[in-house]
Write a protein that binds this ligand. Sequence first.
Ligand code: APR
Length: 388
Amino acid sequence: MVILGAGPAGLVLGNLLHASGVDCVVLERSTRAQVQARSRAGFLAANTVRVLERHGLAEGLHRRGREHATCEFRSEDGRFRLDYGTLGRGERHTVYPQHELVTDLLTQYLDAGGRVRFGTEALTVRDADGDRPSVAVREADGRTGSWQGRYVAGCDGRHGAARRSLPPGAVRRHHLDHGVSWLGLLAEAPPSLDAVGYAVHRRGFAGHMARTPEVTRYYLQCERGTPPDAWSEDRIWDELSLRMRAEEYGPLRRGRIVHRAVVDLESDVLEPLRHGTLLLAGDAASLLSPSAAKGANLAVLEAEILARALVDDLVHGSAEGLARYSAQCLAHIWRAQEFSQWMLRLLHGAPGPDGESMFQDSLRRSRLASLGTSRSCQDWFAEHYVGV
Ligand code: APR
């Protein structure tokens, strides 16, 4: 069994397969230090915690993770908070920086005897339409080689070798460009709110997501094509303060901005998630806009479904699970996509000619007003915001 990529999808899959006695190897192009340092989203859904607990992978997040269940919306019509842990199914997020989760998963996999080849870049997957697929690789020293297995799991993200190796026509790619770009920032500053903050403003969206007591993530909607370093730190903090209405609701706690990246919000879904003996999970399978912080949670969910299907086939000789794998994951993926799209429309005015964008803007304000006043709307929101 060859797994491409040591991210949340690849490492959960590797841990579960190894624990079931399936011989597998993870091929990862980065070094161990790079994999463990990559700071990404850190909001774990309740289901993600349950999956990790089920397989003895939650010790770190229980020790260092923090429960979180409040978000705050600010707009031209005022502000309101949702304690979503008391709404819907009463589920909460666990805030646990992803590089810590990945480090836990990697350490447990290696300590259990799991194999990872770092600095090994997968170039292409061959013979996935047969039952002995192989992966051509390039090692860190430039040497090329090949790995063979009964199956190949593509957990190497949206730009990985698995997607590139799919023959034309093997899968359909459903793609949506949301026409919105965010400047993602990591600031060396304590959180300014005790909640996830979503600010809607005529100048654009601003977001506040606590990471740790010392580091806070902010998002600023920007024009498509804005270079990450286009804005000075002062201009960034002034714009964040303006959009989050700091005058009315309290100043932001400023600090050095230690990381910037511009992300063009787009989504895609491949269908099916399987081509013969090549199976896709995580970002390799579908890409979500970060508006609902669901990417890593879907990756963990899909890894558990895939692990169960592969163990059924490789250990118990039943191909049933693999036959259902794609349809089962796609049901979860489309629900996550739908909610992520709903969140995007809630938080951003729609681009378009004046008349239409005025109409869209009124729809947005009305949607936000419903979320602020209707209990049934809040229950629906809580169930989808934390659920996967
Ligand atoms: N060969 C080997 N490894 C590769 C290759 C390749 N050709 N291409 C990418 N990789 C590795 C990357 O270095 C990375 O470690 O695959 C891994 C993919 O990890 P992620 O991008 O984290 O993808 P995934 O596990 O699907 O997690 C998805 O988690 O990263 C968060 O929120 C993010 O939505 C994303 C979610």
